[in-house]
Design a binder for this molecule. Structure first.
Ligand code: HEC
Length: 133
């Protein structure tokens, strides 16, 4: 088997293992930040209630990577290890799903979960290394 063929075989193999491979590169500035601005910034800006309660702000790349007062919420390369992904994908206790969409928040008319496509975009950005691109 020549080297080129071997390389293609390896790429195919890796891509069947990791779904993030099926996407072209996700950009923080173009793809991720606009989602956070619409769904999260209202509460997670410097003076927002979400930031006051958790220390987590989404104003820019650096604040997203800094995480909460307890530490980072993004583990570059692993969405399933990242709190940021867990809270938006509804994989945590209902009380801390983000945007807040537990029953109380729902009743107040606030907190609609992100669309599957938006969740997948953020997961892919993390899996691709959470770059400042
Ligand atoms: C209506 C206000 C509001 C919105 C909108 C909101 N949050 Fe929050 N967020 C909070 C509050 C309040 C807390 C702290 C208390 C809690 O955990 O429920 C919090 C906590 C968090 C935490 C820390 C969780 C932990 O306990 O470690 C993360 C991460 C987070 N939010 C991400 C997001 C993301 C991402 C979005 C947008 C998709 C978002 N939030 C939208 C209010 C909000």
């Amino acid at each position: 088997m020549n080297a080129k063929l071997l390389f293609s075989a390896v790429v195919v193999l890796i891509c069947t293992q990791f779904s993030a491979c099926g996407r072209s590169e996700v950009s923080f500035a173009t793809d991720v930040q606009p989602i956070l601005e619409v769904a999260c910034l209202e509460c997670h800006t410097t003076a927002g209630e979400g930031t006051a309660a958790s220390g987590f702000a989404v104003d820019d790349y650096d604040s997203v990577m800094k995480g909460t007062e307890f530490g980072p919420v993004v583990v570059a390369g692993s969405s399933i290890s990242s709190t940021l992904y867990m809270v938006i994908a509804g994989k945590t206790d209902p009380e801390i799903r983000m945007p807040p969409h537990h029953e109380e928040a729902w009743a107040e008319g606030r907190g609609v979960p992100l669309a599957d496509e938006e969740i997948a975009t953020i997961a892919a950005w993390i899996d691709q290394g959470a770059k400042n691109n």
